[in-house]
Ligand binder design. Structure first.
Ligand code: HEC
Length: 265
């Protein structure tokens, strides 16, 4: 299967990415201050983020996510695995963060199979800690962690994490989703293994996927904390192809990839 990042002409992509970065830089420069400052100024509120981060143990975090899955499912499990520990280490504002409220991310958001809740949860955590992807230099490379998680998830045979004491003892087959979407990720795994959605195996597979994402997220956050983070994805669908999208267009469109209407300036 084609790797998502290889779906495009790399040179063309980098050229577009550079253009987007340059214009984003200009916009930020002209406006004086980045997205976060602007949002604060506009709202005149006391909201303060990004929030402080202390390095965590990836394996411990993954174990927490695994067991939390059986309580609040994928999205809230990933959020709790990180924020639960930061409640102990940092206290507020993590202590007041209503992680369990993100239970709605289950099943790709209330069962609609959109983005996998593990990816959504990881993006919530990464954005709270490092700031938004569009924040520019103020959040440096950390702001790309959310995008890198989607890229990693799509291209990795999952689950990668094996809990110490798994609830399901039989081997759980790994599949590569080629997509950050719940529907496609779960669907490809079910097709490969033949297990139905309500089987203990499918549930344990998703619990381990949440744990795998939590593990990877903490690895990225720890590297970022050490000033040692190298972004692995540079995808900007809007800049490159005129539409927001995952990168492997042919996966859904086959050979007939539609062209987006070109922008009128
Ligand atoms: C997860 C599946 C999926 C992927 C991956 C995907 N698309 Fe789509 N895309 C769709 C669907 C479904 C539609 C709606 C098509 C329709 O209604 O005819 C659509 C619509 C579009 C449209 C709107 C115009 C039109 O003719 O439908 C454009 C442009 C487009 N896609 C381009 C792309 C490009 C470029 C990529 C890769 C960067 C991509 N798509 C990746 C599923 C996908």
């Amino acid at each position: 299967m084609m790797k998502i990042e290889n779906a495009f002409n790399r040179r063309e992509f980098m050229k577009n990415a550079a253009l987007v970065a340059a214009s984003a830089g200009l916009a930020l420069g002209a406006g004086g201050g980045g997205v976060v400052e602007k949002a604060r100024a506009a709202g005149g509120n006391t909201e303060k983020w990004p929030w402080p981060y202390e390095k965590l143990d990836p394996a411990k975090t993954a174990e927490i996510a695994y067991s939390e899955w059986y309580r609040v499912f994928c999205g809230a499990a990933v959020i709790n695995s990180v924020f639960g520990q930061l409640r102990e280490k940092v206290g507020e504002p993590y202590a007041s963060f209503p992680s369990d409220a993100f239970v709605f991310l289950e099943g790709g958001m209330v069962g609609w199979g959109t983005v996998c809740g593990s990816n959504a949860g990881a993006n919530i955590v990464a954005n709270v800690i490092t700031g938004p992807r569009i924040a520019g230099p103020e959040c440096e490379n950390g702001a790309l962690i959310g995008a890198d998680i989607l890229n990693w998830y799509s291209n990795t045979a999952l689950p990668t994490f094996m809990p110490k004491d798994p609830r399901v003892k039989t081997a759980i087959v790994q599949t590569t989703a080629q997509s950050p979407l719940c529907h496609i990720s779960v669907g490809r795994w079910m097709k490969e293994t033949g297990y139905p959605i309500k089987s203990p195996e499918r549930k344990d597979r998703c619990a381990r996927v949440a744990a795998s994402v939590a593990y990877q997220l903490v690895e990225y956050l720890n590297q970022w904390k050490d000033d040692d983070y190298e972004p692995t994805s540079m995808w900007s669908g809007v800049g490159s192809v005129g539409i927001t999208a995952q990168q492997n267009c042919t996966d859904c469109h086959g050979d007939k990839i539609p062209e987006a209407p070109s922008q009128k300036i």
